[in-house]
Design a protein around this ligand. Sequence first.
Ligand code: ACO
Length: 457
Amino acid sequence: PKDVGILALEVYFPSQYVEQVELEKYDGVEAGKYTLGLGQKQMGFCSAHEDINSLCLTVVQRLVERSRLSWDSIGRLEVGTETIIDKSKAVKTVLMQLFQDSGNTDVEGIDTTNACYGGTASLFNSVDWVESSSWDGRYAMVVCGDIAVYATGNARPTGGAGAVAMLVGPEAPLVLERGVRGTHMEHVYDFYKPDLASEYPMVDGKLSIQCYLRALDQCYSVYRKKIQSQWQKVGVDKPFTLEDFQFMIFHTPFCKLVQKSVGRMMLNDFLAAPNPDTQSGLYKGLQAFRGVKLEDTYSDKDVEKAFQKASLEMFSQKTKPSLLLSSRNGNMYSPSMYGCLASLLAQYSAQQLAGSRIGAFSYGSGLAASLFSMRVSQDAAPGSPLDKLVSSLSDLQTRLDARKCVPPEEFAEIMKQREKSHHLVNHTPQGSKDDLFPGTWYLERVDDKHRRQYARR
Ligand code: ACO
């Protein structure tokens, strides 16, 4: 099959959020810390009657309904999540109840877990399945979802929640480029969830940021090597740089880190360039950094500031539009980068996107990371697959605006409720269903044997 990639994409986020400005006051931190320092505007969160299964049920059903798909046409479905409510039973198996009436049980794929990376692993698996001898001609569906919540303290404002579902198949408007993925995997304890009774992770914030940037360096280096060697085979002999990505999206724990990451990629380009011009153009005035080593600069503020400044225009053009959902809903964990993709597609026309290359950096603590790229199809005509994909996301901003703003006191109270009700049996979750968006699945009841029952609003 030709041009395997993403055909359709659906996003779900909670119907309520807290303002970061309000959270700064409530937490008693300096004004500007969350908004300017981390680059966050708002944070979405789930009430007690939403869990990972309900989030994924909602997003899958929405994708199937809005794309007018039949449940029979899906031959693979896999889920990337780190929100574990059962050590054995996969979220995928819960989603199979949506297929029940169709009689389609021949659906490969299961859950993948490693921090925020599960969705990317699932996407790679699904694309590979369509390209393989195991493919049966049907679509694959990739679902990523998480409820990202932290204990009270400095990590709490970097939470979020949501789910993304993607339809994968041939002749896609977003094609995953073959043979160029750059991956970096390593053993570190930067963020992990050893306490199975709690929704909260253990996190070493500073270490996790270092690991993220180190993984970015490594993945970008491998990606560049692979694509340059492809280019050489067709007679193109030039270094690959950020300029070759028309757009660049990132896993987004908070928006400021992404802005720094664009600077980081520029630093990589600068150090790899045989003879960079520091008198004019992009690298003007950066001569002093010519001798630095990547591995010595993870906490070097001078390097960070210089390259953040030099890459400001690139950030505005290539990345900033992709941060709409992240800045207003927070870190969704595994769907985070795919939410950035949705934001990008929501804010450009099919014509503006046609023919471009989108770079994508996915990071999951622990750690697993990949940098890959997608080619947007040339055909942007009305009714084309690209046009359909782009128009299906045009309501993103309106949907964000339609959410309910909740004061920090109430947010903190709901977090406490979630802590108390996590893993309760014989339990009916509290909270008003009326606040959920129409069509949202929610947890109705947990019986005495921990079996969960869902209903749809
Ligand atoms: N006005 C403007 N900026 C301010 C202000 C203010 N009043 N106060 C602080 N800042 C800036 C700081 O200078 C800093 O920016 P800088 O790093 O560019 O210098 C920024 O705000 C954050 O302040 P810190 O003191 O560094 O914040 P703190 O250490 O308390 O927490 C952290 C930040 C570590 C990100 C924390 O929220 C956390 O642990 N989050 C979860 C982990 C995470 O998201 N890791 C990322 C990768 S892994 C993953 O995706 C889960």
